[in-house]
Write a protein that binds this ligand. Structure first.
Ligand code: GDP
Ligand code: MG
Length: 439
């Protein structure tokens, strides 16, 4: 994905002590390839790279203590600029009119429901109007969506074919409702054709909506951008709602959209559910595109925090089956270091998935402390040969560590299981959970 390729490039840049013009040129070439691979329009990518290059070549950057970081920052800011700078809110009167247009399957009907849902939560009183007269199922679909978000809906007779007539009747109906913003769902086509454009022009001229929003499928990449340009030429759009961003690993449509059309992306659809429509914030999107890269950087930090020699030594002992409570303590310390990294990592975008894969218990500092206390209450001999820890010793350890006999027993049992697991690498992962899972 775009994030991955950029990440590699930036890691290389960050690793360079002194940045030269050649470093920058090399990095920019890679970035340009990554952008093109992500289906960003050629001229957009070219102009973008020229901007970044101009800023990155600035003498101050080359002299800075961390030129790599600074170039990443320049890239981030330019990316946010390319994506449109500031978030552009809807500009609605009261009552307001929103006209949604776009090709078939782009997500218009779903987005109509999502938008109604959002506006309702923001305290407005949206009404939905079905103006897709080509497919009877489309009217039912909007009615269903309206029911789900609890918003009144106008559904014309299936035999109607005059979209302006329907719109007129719908407005009369809207007047009788307690609503303050009317959202029109329209028909699409597989491609832009004359009939689609003509009908949309008439509807647009009649409704004079404050917001004519193109709904475009992000997964269609440059296709979405050219669709946006055509709709803008036909009726003049006020903004774009980019749907299916959840499934778009390339991100190219988002990146070229603003530069090519000059129109802001106002919302992003990120899922099929009716609450999965989000305001589009260019700076956050830039964070996201770069965000994965930062996570990888952080993970690398985790790796360097754990002393490789210690880890190897401990692994060798594990492999040879000579695992005792000293090794156990070492491991806990390693995991402890990971623990505060986990807190840091949680702040980074994109980390949630990884976090889920790691057991929480393994990172609970309180639990680790209690486990550690028990081990510290053992004599050196007991730590080396845990099998000698029987009845009265257990009670003594419990007393000494301020824990209960039950807790000591549980730790010893876990330790015994761990030792057994050590012989099976597949079970090593499970072990991570067991380490801190006391109490
Ligand atoms: P329309 O023909 O433009 O009205 O498109 P629909 O609203 O009927 O949507 C077409 C398909 O895309 C449906 O299956 C939707 O559930 C799906 N869809 C719409 N928006 C999104 C989105 O943001 N993410 C995902 N994953 N699917 C979406
Ligand atoms: Mg539809």
């Amino acid at each position: 994905s775009l994030s991955d390729s950029l990440d590699k490039t930036f890691r290389n840049l960050r690793g360079v002590g002194k940045i030269s013009e050649k470093n920058i040129t090399d990095a920019l070439r890679e970035i340009r390839l990554a952008l093109l691979e992500a289906d960003v329009e050629f001229t957009v990518a070219k102009t973008f790279i020229a901007h970044v290059k101009e800023k990155a070549m600035g003498a101050d950057v080359l002299k800075s203590i961390k030129p790599g970081e600074q170039i990443v920052k320049i890239f981030h800011d330019e990316l946010a600029e390319l994506l449109g700078g500031d978030q552009v809110p809807l500009n609605l009167d009261s009552p307001g009119r929103i006209l949604l247009c776009g090709l078939n399957g782009a997500g218009k009907t779903t987005t109509a429901g999502k938008l109604a849902n959002r506006l309702k939560r923001e305290g407005r009183k949206p009404l939905l109007i079905a103006c897709d007269l080509y497919r009877p199922a489309a009217i039912d679909q909007l009615a269903t969506v309206a029911g789900q978000v609890g918003v009144p809906v106008y559904t014309p007779d299936a035999s109607e074919s005059d979209v302006v007539k329907v719109a007129k009747e719908a407005l009369a109906w809207a007047d009788s409702q307690d609503g303050d913003v009317v959202i029109f769902d329209t028909a699409g086509r597989q491609e832009i054709d004359e009939r689609l454009v003509e009908e949309l022009k008439q509807l647009h001229a009649f409704l004079k909506p404050q917001e004519t929003l193109l709904v475009a499928d992000a997964a269609t990449g440059q296709g979405a951008v050219s669709v946006a340009r055509h709709f803008d030429e036909a009726v003049g759009i006020d903004g774009i709602i980019l749907t299916k961003l959840d499934g778009d690993a390339r991100g190219g449509a988002a990146l070229s959209m603003r530069a090519v059309t000059g129109k802001p992306i106002k919302y992003a659809g990120e899922g099929e559910k009716l609450d999965q429509l989000f305001e589009f914030h260019p700076d956050r999107m830039a964070d996201r595109i770069l965000g994965m890269g930062d996570v990888v950087g952080m993970v690398e930090q985790v790796a360097t925090r754990i002393d490789e020699k210690d880890a190897m030594k401990s692994m060798e002992r594990l492999a040879s089956g000579k695992f005792d409570f000293y090794d156990f303590l070492d491991q806990m310390k390693m995991i402890g270091k990971l623990g505060d990294m986990k807190g840091l990592l949680s702040l980074m975008p994109g980390f949630s998935k990884m976090k889920k894969q790691l057991p929480d218990a393994a990172f609970d500092p309180k639990r680790l402390k209690r486990t550690e206390a028990i081990v510290l209450s053992m004599t050196p001999d007991e730590r080396r040969r845990p099998e000698i820890i029987k009845g009265s010793r257990r009670q003594r350890i419990a007393n000494g560590s301020g824990s209960t006999l039950v807790e000591v027993n549980r730790l010893l049992k876990q330790f015994g299981e761990m030792r057994k697991m050590m012989r099976s690498p597949k079970k090593m992962k499970k072990m991570m959970g067991g380490l801190g899972a006391l109490g």
